[in-house]
Design a protein around this ligand. Sequence first.
Ligand SMILES: C[S@@+](CC[C@H](N)C(=O)[O-])C[C@H]1O[C@@H](n2cnc3c(N)ncnc32)[C@H](O)[C@@H]1O
Length: 277
Amino acid sequence: MSISEASFTVVADLAKRESAMVYDPGKEYLVEARLLPLAREAGCADVDAYVALMRRDPREQARALDALTINETSWFRDNTPYQAFTDVMLPELLQRRALTRTIRIWSAACSSGQEAFSLAMLLDQHLPPGWSAHILATDISPTMVERVRAGRYTQVEMNRGLPASMLVQHFTRVGTEWQVSDGLRAMVEARTLNLAGPFGPMPTFDIVFLRNVLIYFEMETKRDILRRMRDVVAPDGYLLLGATETSLDLDEHWSREPAGRAQLHRPVNALTTLRGA
Ligand SMILES: C[S@@+](CC[C@H](N)C(=O)[O-])C[C@H]1O[C@@H](n2cnc3c(N)ncnc32)[C@H](O)[C@@H]1O
């Protein structure tokens, strides 16, 4: 069974229009693998028949878009951003936020929540008493957002980067899965959000993790998202991109500062202010 060129074009156009994700020719195998289970569930003979059904049914379009998202993630992914969080960003914020004693973080494109809960574990470890932390975790995929809310992980997922000490401290075994503690869950609010559309009302964030999602977008979309991120990152805050992503040649209003092996993006005006301070 293989998807026709016409069906692939329909799906790629839908993904680009609704989520800005780019599925170039060559990704037919991926689209087919993701849509095949939906085709079977809907009783369609093949993926082409499912795509025909999907074109007429907005609910199937939403399900297809959800299924097409690539949700690869892990605990403390790449390690270096989390090292920079503990060594550089958090100590600086503890000084600069001494009056409000509140830290706000956005895990934008959070997938199943490992990024948000990795940060929550570090905050639990390093935040002094009397401080509070709020982590907003958003993703375009309603399935992923539900997973963050549930805070349940399989053994295979647990094996990907979670130190044993953190497992013991923050997780309880429930059947074959692991449940995140209520304390960490209370720090994390999960909701759906399409980064390609308006963000809507947002607080100002001290740190935004926008990691491993710009890679799926075209240049103009990356530029637009980076521009709108400037409105929600505090003037002395931080933006972190994935290891293979950069703001270089996309938005000159971000500066890039090394912190260990991580690269911290900071609003350019803030740097001038901080240096003058
Ligand atoms: C590869 S995962 C990255 C997860 C996590 N940030 C990390 O680095 O491990 C990419 C996530 O981006 C989400 N995504 C794709 N397009 C999006 C969009 N337009 N708006 C918001 N999230 C999107 C996908 O659903 C997926 O969960």
